[in-house]
Design a protein around this ligand. Structure first.
Ligand code: MV4
Length: 449
């Protein structure tokens, strides 16, 4: 096992990783920008080091500065958390070159999954169902249009270097294909310096369902069931839950087994999330793979009783997965609400500043409550980073118990000084369709208008 690791992140996830390290008897080194000098996570680490000015590009994204900090503090490994450098293949390579373990997938796996058109072909070849569409990236407008006419409209053009919404265009009819193609390619070139596009049949009113997977260096690969993440607004997830209200044990096992074989085939290692899109007929199709730990990993931890971050560190230290597929069972139901410092009545505009009161609920009768947060009263939310201030995660015996407990927990969660998304979460939890588990990726937009 490692003696000491560096955590190349901030906020709640930095604290989360420090906690896992401590559980393994591993020391942690926290890094921070000048805007995060007062961040509570720094107190929990064994050592801390300032890596630069507030702007992410000059601190949390500064690869040489982070690797230098790790070397100077005698770390054996770096955990990137999520966001920032978590899916940067170059950073994973630089770590390897510096004889530093990257606590995540091998650089080659990050690269292979980072190119979405390639990932689609890889997963198709491994036997996963993919959405009807193009083979690899499109060569030009003509080729795209020919294929679109075969598949039938609507189709969706996506940036191969993208993910999460940028460089995506829905095309409803032949007449608009060329213009939408140019728009998407231009946006992709601007955002990712890569204009490459691929195409899929557009799935109307689909659901976003993702599988948690893990693999070690000894060829063991497991899945830990799925999460339902359809409650999104402008590609920002608001609520996640596990299991998905529409998953069956049969389909979970079938897709899970295919995923395990696919992971072994591509030599995947560490934690990953495989995103599927579910159409109204109940078919699930591979959409993309995220080669990192995700924000919403706690709902999986609550229903499986496994610590994913501990497991990530163990895998990176060349230890075997501490469980096999047979030992993974899903028990009860877990829901996570992302509490953001945003004003939901002003188009979710960020609401940074001084948090005057911060009192999360501690106990809810008949449920388990978990708060992943770096915030405490007197904390000042910087303007430079995302607005996540807490993840409220509630487990219950079944979905209704979890949802009712979440309502209690949200009602008791006191935050003063900044605006938060708590009122929206209450609205979602009390919504009849959400209560019935009957919602898709258009649900939030319809709910909030
Ligand atoms: C789609 C789709 C419909 N059909 N792909 C949006 C983000 C990116 N990860 C994938 N996205 C979509 N891909 C096909 N073939 C609809 C969306 C989509 C969406 C997906 C998940 C959650 C929210 C969404 C909101 C709008 C569109």
């Amino acid at each position: 096992m490692f003696k000491r690791i560096l955590i190349a992140n901030r906020g709640e996830i930095a604290l989360r990783v420090i906690r896992a390290a401590r559980q393994l008897g591993v020391e942690s080194v926290a890094v921070y920008s000048e805007a995060d000098r007062e961040s509570p996570h720094l107190e929990q680490a064994d050592q801390r080091v300032c890596i630069g000015p507030p702007k992410s590009a000059e601190s949390y994204l500064d690869m040489p500065a982070i690797i230098q900090a790790a070397e100077q503090h005698d770390c054996c490994a770096i955990h990137p958390g999520y966001g920032f450098l978590a899916e940067n293949a170059l950073f994973a390579e630089l770590c390897e070159q510096a004889k530093m373990s990257f606590i995540g997938p091998p650089a080659a796996a990050i690269r292979a999954m980072g190119d979405k058109a390639t990932a689609r072909e890889t997963m198709r070849a491994a036997g996963l169902p993919v959405i009807p569409g193009s083979r690899g990236t499109l060569r030009n407008i003509e080729q795209g249009l020919t294929r679109a006419k075969e598949i039938g409209f609507p189709v969706i053009l996506k940036a191969t270097a993208g993910g999460g919404g940028k460089g995506m265009r829905r095309v409803n009819a032949e007449e608009e294909f060329a213009a939408k193609y140019r728009d998407a390619a231009l946006e992709a070139e601007k955002a990712f310096s890569n204009p490459g596009l691929y195409m899929e049949k557009y799935i109307v009113d689909g659901r976003h369902i993702e599988f948690q997977v893990m693999a070690d260096a000894f060829g063991n690969a497991v899945h830990l069931g799925e999460r339902e993440c359809s409650a999104q607004r402008r590609h920002q997830k608001l609520v996640e839950e596990s299991p998905s209200p529409v998953m069956t044990p049969e389909l979970r096992d079938e897709l899970g087994e295919k995923l395990r074989r696919a992971l072994q085939l591509v030599g995947y290692r560490n934690a990953g999330t495989v995103e599927f899109f579910r159409d109204q007929d109940g078919h699930l199709y591979f959409m993309e793979m995220n080669a990192r730990l995700q924000v919403e990993h706690p709902v999986t931890e609550q229903v499986t009783g496994r610590d994913l971050v501990v497991e990530q560190i163990r895998i990176a230290a060349n230890e075997e997965l501490s469980f096999d597929q047979q030992e993974i069972t899903m028990r009860g139901h877990s829901i996570e609400c992302r509490i953001n410092a945003e004003d939901p009545y002003e188009d979710f505009r960020p609401s940074p500043g001084l948090v005057e009161t911060f009192q999360p609920p501690s106990e809810i009768e008949g449920a388990r409550v978990r708060i992943d947060s770096h915030v405490r009263p007197g904390y000042r939310i910087p303007v430079y980073y995302d607005s996540l201030i807490a993840k409220l995660i509630v487990w219950g015996q079944d979905r209704d118990a979890a949802r009712e407990a979440m309502i209690d927990a949200l009602e008791r969660f006191e935050v003063g000084g900044v605006k938060t998304t708590i009122p929206v979460h209450l609205q979602i939890m009390r919504n009849e369709q959400f209560a019935a588990g009957d919602y898709d990726t258009g649900f939030i937009e319809r709910l909030l208008g």
